[in-house]
Design a protein around this ligand. Structure first.
Ligand code: F6P
Length: 336
């Protein structure tokens, strides 16, 4: 068999480990040929690719980013349509031209949506979910998430001492546009006093009261963790809004830190290396069994798969009554 592999959407730690898992299993266990497609779906349209060999895989387990490159090309999107070019038709024709028996698409929600459309168009496709945001439906976890949580947790840990030294409210904005998974996990792991996520409404009066109460209990600083996608009444960054409003309403000095792309860069943590490797390997097992139109998933402790048709385009949000939120509330954490 000859299979193609591409990475699409925002990068995250563990993509290269996944590429390694796919290629090693395909080449060594099944004798398959693997074509690495450059820059996501753009490379499939432009026929920009390389043949993957064992040598191309050296050092990939620990390497951040993606050796194949990525793009936000969405071939079925009307917004990205180019007059005179039928991207969906080109995609299908190029899969046939390259003689691909399957295409492995590593990506987040947008990528799985495209993969679902490819499957509907009759292209044999397998999706592998990746995003630090952890918001792909149908899987309990995406690789990259735990690495991002570790990076955010370490950053918040470091803010405690400077917040305490200056008696400040320290607001840290972490990634997560629609879903607050990183804010919830890093906030709880690093002892945040206030954790704000897009899935839950918040009340500035309530937040300020929680901070004041904490100060009255003898704690001279507060840590506020905010997901970047938190809706705010004015344009600009969520962290900036929360920090300036805390200052205005309480008179406590507040500062914001935006963690940004550091959360997406660098080497995956050991858990993500294992998850990436298992998911990559499982994708090849599915191909070998001829099970197409599916997305690899992590459920409980097992690597399984779900039909792309069921999950593509759906976002996995934090349930507003998530167990960790309830536990945090019992320990005095304010969630808005
Ligand atoms: O990968 C998901 C994500 O990290 C979001 O949380 C973030 O806002 C977004 O990607 C930004 O990515 P880019 O600027 O590369 O489009």
């Amino acid at each position: 068999m000859r299979i193609g592999i591409l990475t699409s959407g925002g990068d995250c730690p563990g993509i290269n480990a996944t590429i390694r898992g796919v290629c090693k299993t395909a080449i060594l266990n099944y004798g398959m040929e693997v074509i690495g497609i450059h820059s996501g779906f753009k490379g499939l349209i432009d026929l920009d690719y390389e043949v993957m060999t064992e040598r191309s895989l050296t050092g990939l387990l620990t390497m951040g980013g993606t050796i194949l490159g990525t793009s936000r090309e969405k071939p079925y999107s009307k917004k990205q349509a180019v007059p005179g070019i039928d991207k969906p038709a080109l995609l299908k024709a190029n899969v046939e031209l390259l003689g691909l028996d399957a295409v492995v698409c590593i990506g987040g929600n947008g990528t799985q949506k495209t993969a679902g459309k490819m499957a509907r168009a009759g292209i044999p496709v397998i999706g592998i979910p990746k995003t630090i945001d952890n918001d792909v439906a149908g899987t309990d976890l995406c690789f990259g998430f735990h690495t991002a949580v570790s990076i955010a947790t370490e950053a918040i840990d470091r803010l405690h001492s400077t917040a305490s030294a200056h008696r400040r409210a320290m607001v840290i904005e972490v990634m997560g546009h629609k879903a607050g998974w990183i804010a919830l996990y890093s906030g709880m792991a690093a002892g945040g006093d206030v954790i704000l996520i897009p899935e839950r409404p918040y009340d500035m009066e309530h937040i300020c009261q929680a901070i004041m109460n904490r100060m009255q209990r003898g704690k001279n600083y507060a840590i506020v963790v905010v997901a970047e996608g938190l809706p705010t009444p004015r344009p600009g960054r969520a962290g900036e809004y929360i920090a300036s409003t805390i200052s205005e309403m309480t008179g406590i000095e507040a500062r914001e830190t935006v963690l940004g792309y550091t959360q997406r860069g660098g080497s995956p943590c050991p858990f993500d290396r294992i998850l990436s490797t298992r998911m990559g390997s499982h994708a090849v097992e599915l191909i070998a069994r001829g099970e197409f139109g599916r997305m690899v998933a992590f459920n409980g402790e097992s690597i399984t798969s779900v039909p792309l048709a069921e999950v593509a385009g759906c976002t996995r949000l934090v349930p507003p009554d998530h167990e960790l939120i309830m536990q945090g509330q019992h320990m005095g954490v304010c969630f808005g």
